[in-house]
Every structure is written in structure tokens, then in C-alpha cells.
Design a protein around this ligand. Structure first.
Ligand SMILES: Cc1cc2nc3c(=O)[nH]c(=O)nc-3n(C[C@H](O)[C@H](O)[C@H](O)COP(=O)(O)O)c2cc1C
Length: 196
């Protein structure tokens, strides 16, 4: 299993959580770490290059801080340009067929605020449905997200624990020691990986 992490953070120099989470990911065997804001500082996305990268991997990860319940803008632009009709979707668009898809997200809001009866009035699953459905339209298989909540107040020790969980997740994925069927039963992949 080859994993492509498409990372998007427009203010990485100010990052507290993603800075820890992404450190060293590019050194893991069978993982390609691809930083969109670093690669495309002028937002001039190379569509063919992105499509080639996608076709070389089996699992596509969008890693990003949640911005207005969605992705940072360059990752949205990436979707608009790279997921072309006839390539990613449509009757002849099978380039992403059967690849796995997951989101690795950091969110300022705590987990218990992402409930229908709470502050954000929606679960994160509901808010991520456009991404999930985009993946499905592209014939990919979406997995539950990996999420680090409460980033404003989170202690560094907690971030480091989540980093260990993320590394474990990537290690198990790339070593084919991951049960997709089992993982799909969990709300978040963090729960699957810590219970394993
Ligand atoms: C423009 C903007 C929009 C944001 N929107 C949300 C949001 O909708 N929900 C949320 O929980 N946090 C939101 N946040 C908080 C970020 O998700 C949080 O700061 C980030 O995940 C922390 O990661 P970092 O330390 O790597 O920057 C927003 C932050 C910014 C700057």
C-alpha cells in the first residue's frame, strides 16, 4: 500500500499541531508527503503532475486544518482542477477507482462540540460529506477521518500522543496490517488505532 499525503496549511509557520504531526512523515517508507502550499506558492497547480502522483499511490490522504468547516482554499482549488471529468469521474474517468481516501484533520473545536445538539450543530462526519461524496464520485473508497480536536487548548503531550497514533496508522497501512472493514466501523481512525 503506497500512501500519498496531500497536505494543505496556508500558515504553516504559525502551526502548533500540524507542525508536530507532519514532522518526519516524508521519511516513512511507501509514504509520499506532498505540501501544496510549499509546492504551489503562486497557486499555479500542475494538473498533470498531480494526476501522475495520484495514480502512483493506493491511498490518498488530505491532511489539513479545518477552515470554516472545510478545507483551506488551495486544497479546494486542487480538487476543482485535478479531479477532471473523464479522468477522475464520469463513465471513462476511472483513474482513482478503488483507491482508498481519508482526511487527517485538525480542528479548533473540541470533539464534544461537534454534535447535533452542541455548539457546531453538526457532526464532523456530516460536515465532511462533500469530501466523502467527491471521493465516492471518483470511485474511491472513503475511510473515517483521523482527527485532532481542540487545537487551541491542546497540550503538547497530547499532540505527541496523536502523532504516535498517526505514525502507527501509517505504519499499519503501508505494511498491510490494517483491517479496512474493521476501521470503517469507527467514527474516527484515532479510535480504531488506539483500540487495536
Ligand atoms: C480561517 C480559519 C478558519 C477556521 N475554521 C475552523 C472551523 O470551522 N472549525 C474549527 O473547529 N476550527 C477552525 N479553525 C481553527 C483551526 O482549525 C485550527 O487553528 C487548526 O486546526 C490548528 O492547527 P495548527 O496548529 O496546525 O495551525 C479555523 C482557523 C482559521 C484560521
Amino acid at each position: 500500500m503506497k500512501v500519498l499525503i496531500i497536505f494543505a496549511h496556508p500558515a504553516f509557520h504559525k502551526s502548533k499541531v500540524n507542525k508536530v504531526l507532519v514532522d518526519g512523515l516524508s521519511d516513512i517508507d511507501h509514504v509520499t508527503f506532498h505540501d501544496l502550499y510549499q509546492e504551489y506558492p503562486d497557486n499555479d497547480i500542475d494538473i498533470k503532475r498531480e494526476q501522475t502522483l495520484l495514480s502512483q499511490h493506493d491511498l490518498i490522504v488530505f491532511q489539513f486544518p479545518l477552515f470554516w468547516y472545510s478545507t483551506p482554499s488551495l486544497l479546494k482549488e486542487w480538487q476543482d482542477l485535478v479531479l477532471e471529468h473523464g479522468w477522475a469521474f464520469g463513465s471513462k474517468g476511472n483513474a482513482l477507482k478503488d483507491k482508498w481516501f481519508l482526511c487527517a484533520i485538525t480542528a479548533g473545536g473540541p470533539r464534544n462540540a461537534y454534535r447535533i445538539e452542541d455548539f457546531h450543530s453538526h457532526t464532523l462526519h456530516q460536515l465532511l460529506s462533500p469530501l466523502k461524496q467527491t471521493a465516492k464520485l471518483c470511485k474511491m473508497k472513503p475511510l473515517p477521518p483521523f482527527v485532532v480536536h481542540g487545537t487551541h487548548a491542546i497540550e503538547l503531550t497530547e499532540v505527541k500522543k496523536e502523532k504516535v497514533n498517526l505514525l502507527k496508522l501509517l505504519y499499519e497501512l503501508t505494511n498491510d496490517n490494517f483491517s479496512f472493514e474493521e476501521a470503517e466501523k469507527y467514527e474516527y481512525l484515532n479510535d480504531y488505532i488506539t483500540k487495536k
